[in-house]
Write a protein that binds this ligand. Sequence first.
Ligand code: NDP
Length: 481
Amino acid sequence: MPKVLSQIAKNTVIVIAGASGDLAKKFLYPALFTLYRRGFLPQPVKIVGYARSKIEHEKFIEQVTANIKNPGDDPNFVAELESYKGILSYVAGSYDDGAAFDELNRYLENIESSYQSPERNRIFYLALPSTVFVEVSRNFKEHVYSTAGSNRLIVEKPIGSDLESALEMVQGIAEFWSEEETFRIDHYLGKEIVKNLLPLRFANSIISGFWDSDRVSNVQITLNESFGTEGRGGYFDSAGIIRDVIQNHLCQVLSVLTMERPVTLAPADIVDEKVKLLRAIPPVKNEDVLLGQYIGYLDDPEVPEDSKTATYAANVLWINNPRWEGVPFILKAGKALNEDNVEIRMQFKNSTKGLYDGVARSELIMRLEPGEAIFLKLNIKTPGFDSGVTTTELKLNYKETFPDAFIPDAYEVLLRDVLKGDHSSFVRDDELEAAWKVFTPILHWTDGKDGVTRPVPTQYAFGSRGPEGLDDFLAKYGVKA
Ligand code: NDP
């Protein structure tokens, strides 16, 4: 059980391993800039990029700030960006050579030599392919660990490809880093609507009151992407859609959505409830899975021409506890679909027969993307002389309701949580294990592991809603259009 960490407020170096890569450029450096200009980074702070590529300082700065855009016409933006560039630097070195990490350590010590007090905090981000996670975390611990302050290690996904490999990686890192020092990122946990699930449920007794199998018929958690593999076919083909986004992101959303009320809002209490919930979910059964592959996927030069990897999947999960027994949770995701959106859709049971038969079901819809929103779909009397029933929505559209609110990106939220020492939106070791237990059997089936015949996904057109048979599949679990 991780102990509660304190906030890091001063004397900090953030080291990003894999700083030459895509994640660093697209998300991490822009997110750190937001925290910097909003005053959320400790003072003094430096951000040191580390990777093997030899990159000149100017080129590196250009690379990692290219995706930082002025969010409006903020007159301070240019000056703040220039100031931010002043805290960035880059060190080239290998991932497997202790001497290179000693060199990095000397570089950090030089930065730290200007501190006014002895405290030296170091945050390490593994923005690297997972094949080198264990080795780099060992080298950070053995060569670059601060002995005079807090050390925190942020680990990206994927952690493993099934239960066994995930446990191996967790244990490999745990040999060097304690659980409280380790922050396993699932960036979906940093999304505004996911962070809002606890207050929505537990700060509103009316909502807590309908959050169970007495009222809820089924829940869909959906992630639709309109694009295909786009040059990542090689990686994607070995992962598949279930491993890529369902086992981690959608399963994490499910656990926050359905967990019991935590005793307090302390990170350990929240994560304890998530783990209990995940442990109540039996492994997904083959018959509760629908698989699809978009037409055109096999044209990707990195994808084998006979690939059976699913680019679409719907998985139905059941929760064996009194609150949720009998309610299907349908986690579905796909590439090359007709839209880009991520939402949670809770569909309520039919109203009692005899008065308004045949009306639509009420639904609570929480949209994570694009544009945070919460809708409650309700039946009301058709306005006017008409006495019939019309379906309408109570809408909370964040942009309209809070036009001046700044809604941070998930990486901004989570990097700030690391600084605060708040583990509530990170994946604990036992939580990761529980989530892999749910999905490992179907992943072994879809991988064709140990000579099992791989299921053949149904083909679907690029830009369509998904594989034919989707509506029948959903109807089997009580979803009503
Ligand atoms: P990249 O493929 O861009 O790799 C990051 C850096 O790691 C590269 O610039 C390269 O740096 C080094 N690298 C690449 N391949 C290898 C290798 N085989 N062995 C050792 N080092 C290698 O990855 P991303 O930046 O896209 O992702 C980093 C991590 O974040 C991954 O674990 C990924 O799964 C995860 N992630 C990424 C997202 C994204 O949008 N990109 C989203 C969510 C998670 P150099 O050669 O200079 O050392």
